[in-house]
Design a protein around this ligand. Structure first.
Ligand code: NAD
Length: 517
C-alpha cells in the first residue's frame, strides 16, 4: 500500500430494481482502494429523491501527491516507453469488454448518481463508453511517426510519437462514465499514466471503472482515480510540477483557472472542452416534423445538461407559427420523472445547485421580457417519493434577443430560447453572435445553402438535418471560448503525445571552417 490508509469498505447501492451493487469507496492508487490521507469523506446524493446515496473517501492534495508517485514509478518501469503498443491495445480491448459485461450495473449506478434515465444510460452512455475504449484499443498499435526525406546531403529525418508522461484528467458530472472513457482511452493508448478526478456530484461509475481496470490487467500506477473537490484535488492536479498535461471538460470559468495554473506551474499541456450556447437554424425548406424531433433531442437530451445543447433556436419567419405549434406540443408530450421508469425521457437535474441555477435563469428570462411558451418552473412529481427531486419543466421562451441572460449564458438545463429570422445572412449573424463555438445545427433541404452555412458558422461540430449524436471516430471540440484540442477520433491521441524529431546523418561530412557559400 502507499501512504494512504487502510482500505475502506465498499458501499452498497440498492436500486429500485432490487439490485444491490457493491462499489469501492476509496481513493484508487496502485490498483487498490485506500482511505484518503486526511481521512475525510463526502456524500453522494440521489438527484431523483434528494436523499444521500453513499459516503466515499474525499481526496486532497496529499492523495494527488501519492498518485503522482505511483504514476511516475509505473511510467518509468512498466508503462510509457516500457510498454508495447500491442500490450496497450490488448488491455484497452479487455477493459472495453468488461464495461460491456457490467452494462446493467454501470447503467444503474450512473442513473442513481446523475439522475439520467436508466434506459438511456444503458442504451447510450455505457455502450458508447465501451465503444470508445475499444476504438482506442484498436488505435493503440497504429500511432506512427513519419520519415521526412532530406534533399541536402546524406541525411534523413524521422519523427517519433511519444507519450507525455502523467496526465491529469478533470471531468464533469453530465456524462460521468463517457467523460472518463473519452479521457482514459486516448491517453492510455498513447502510453500515458492517468490521474482521473471525477466530478464530486457523480463519483460512482469512475470507481467501478477503476475496479474493472485491474481486472483488465493494467499495471499498478497506470490509472489512479482521486475523488474530491475541484478547489482541492483539481487545483492540486493543475498546479503539480510532475504532471505533464491536464485535460479538462467543464465550465469556461474553471477552464480559465486551470489554464492559468498550468502556465504558472510547469507549463503543462492543456486541452479544454468548455461550455456552449449552440445555435440551431431551421430554414423554410426543412422537413418540419423531423426538425421538431431533432430540436427536442438537442435541448432536452440528458436534461439539457450537454455542452452542445441546441439552446438557441432560430426559425425562418415563413414557417415560424407552424413550427412553434408543433414544438410546443412535443414539449408538452415530453415525459419527466422517475429515472427508473421506462417511459421517462427527462430525469432530475444533477444537483439542487444546478436546479436552482436553471430556475434563476428562467426567472431572468421572464423579467427581461421573453415569453414563456411552455414550462417555466420546477417540475413537481405526483409521486411523493420524488417530491424532493431536482426536476425542471421543459421550457421554451420565444421573443428572445441578445442581451437577455437566457440567450447569452449557458443554462445547462431543459430551457430553449427561440427567435425568428427572415434571411440567411441574418441567420448566420444570429448564430455566430456568441462567445462560444462548440456545436450548431442546420435544417434545410437546399444543398448550396447548407454548404454556405457549414462554411459560415463558427463551431467545432455541425449537425446537418440531425443533432446531438457523436461518434467515437469523429473529432469533437470547440472553437472560440468553447476551448481547444479535440477529443475522440485520431485527433484525440495527438493531444496526448509529443512529437520528437530526429535528424540522422548517414554520410555527410562537415567541412571546417565552414566554406563560404
Ligand atoms: P465545473 O467546471 O466547476 O466542474 C467540472 C469539474 O471541474 C469538476 O470535476 C470540478 O470538481 C472541477 N473543478 C472545479 N473547480 C476547479 C478548479 N479550481 N481547478 C480544477 N478543477 C476544478 O462545473 P460546475 O460548477 O459543476 O457546473 C457549472 C456550470 O459549468 C454548469 O452549469 C454548466 O454551464 C457548465 N458545465 C459544462 C460542462 C461541459 O460538459 N462542458 C460540464 C459540466 C458543467
Amino acid at each position: 500500500s502507499n501512504s494512504s490508509g487502510r482500505a475502506p469498505a465498499p458501499v452498497t447501492i440498492s436500486t429500485p430494481t432490487g439490485n444491490k451493487w457493491q462499489v469501492p469507496s476509496g481513493i484508487f492508487i496502485n490498483n487498490s482502494f485506500h482511505a484518503s490521507v486526511s481521512g475525510k469523506t463526502f456524500d453522494s446524493v440521489n438527484p431523483a429523491t434528494g436523499e444521500k446515496l453513499c459516503t466515499l473517501a474525499l481526496g486532497g492534495a496529499a492523495d494527488i501527491e501519492a498518485a503522482v508517485k505511483a504514476a511516475r514509478t509505473a511510467f518509468d518501469t512498466v508503462w510509457g516507453k516500457r510498454s508495447t503498443p500491442t500490450q496497450r491495445s490488448r488491455l484497452l480491448l479487455n477493459f472495453a469488454d468488461l464495461v460491456d459485461k457490467h452494462l446493467d450495473e454501470l447503467s444503474e449506478l450512473e442513473s442513481m448518481d446523475n439522475g439520467k434515465p436508466v434506459w438511456m444510460a444503458s442504451a447510450f452512455d455505457v455502450p458508447d463508453s465501451a465503444g470508445c475504449l475499444r476504438y482506442y484499443g484498436g488505435l493503440a498499435d497504429k500511432i506512427e511517426g513519419k520519415t521526412i526525406e532530406q534533399t541536402e546531403g546524406e541525411k534523413i529525418a524521422y519523427t517519433r510519437i511519444e507519450p507525455l508522461g502523467i496526465c491529469g484528467q478533470i471531468i464533469p458530472w453530465n456524462y460521468p462514465i463517457q467523460m472518463a472513457a473519452w479521457k482514459l482511452g486516448p491517453a492510455l493508448a498513447a502510453g500515458n499514466c492517468v490521474i482521473l478526478k471525477p466530478a464530486e456530484q457523480t463519483p460512482l461509475s469512475a470507481l467501478k471503472l477503476a475496479e474493472l481496470s485491474v481486472q483488465a490487467g493494467f499495471p499498478p500506477g497506470v490509472i489512479s482515480v482521486v475523488n474530491g473537490y475541484g478547489a482541492e484535488v483539481g487545483e492540486a492536479i493543475s498546479t503539480h510540477m510532475d504532471i505533464q498535461k491536464v485535460a479538462f471538460t467543464g465550465s469556461t470559468a474553471t477552464g480559465k483557472r486551470i489554464m492559468k495554473a498550468a502556465a504558472e506551474s510547469n507549463m503543462k499541456k492543456v486541452t479544454l472542452e468548455l461550455g456552449g450556447k449552440s445555435p440551431v437554424v431551421v430554414f423554410e425548406s426543412a422537413d418540419i416534423e423531423q426538425a421538431v424531433r431533432w430540436v427536442c433531442l438537442g435541448i432536452l437530451f440528458n436534461q439539457g445538461q450537454d455542452c452542445t445543447a441546441g439552446s438557441r433556436l432560430f426559425v425562418q419567419d415563413s414557417i415560424y407559427e407552424q413550427f412553434m405549434r408543433e414544438l410546443v406540443a412535443a414539449f408538452k408530450a415530453h415525459k419527466v420523472g422517475d429515472p427508473f421508469h421506462e417511459l421517462t425521457f427527462q430525469g432530475p437535474q444533477v444537483s439542487k445547485v444546478q436546479q436552482q441555477k436553471i430556475l434563476d435563469m428562467i426567472e431572468s428570462g421572464k423579467r427581461q421580457g421573453a415569453k414563456v411558451e411552455v414550462g417555466g418552473k420546477a417540475w413537481q412529481s405526483p409521486d411523493a417519493k420524488f417530491r424532493n427531486g431536482f426536476f425542471v419543466e421543459p421550457t421554451i421562451f420565444s421573443g428572445c434577443r441578445k442581451g437577455m441572460r437566457i440567450v447569452d449564458e449557458e443554462i445547462f438545463g431543459p430551457v430553449l430560447a427561440v427567435a425568428k429570422f427572415s434571411t440567411e445572412e441574418e441567420a448566420i449573424k444570429l448564430a455566430n453572435d456568441t462567445e462560444y463555438g462548440l456545436g450548431a445545427g442546420v435544417f434545410s433541404e437546399n444543398a448550396s445553402q447548407i454548404q454556405r452555412m457549414v462554411s459560415a458558422i463558427d463551431a467545432g461540430t455541425l449537425w446537418i438535418n440531425n443533432y446531438t449524436a457523436l461518434s467515437n471516430s469523429v473529432p469533437f471540440g470547440g472553437m472560440k471560448a468553447s476551448g481547444f484540442g479535440r477529443e475522440l477520433g485520431v485527433d484525440a491521441v495527438k493531444a496526448y503525445c509529443d512529437v520528437k524529431a530526429i535528424h540522422w546523418n548517414y554520410g555527410e561530412k562537415l567541412d571546417w571552417p565552414l566554406p563560404k557559400l
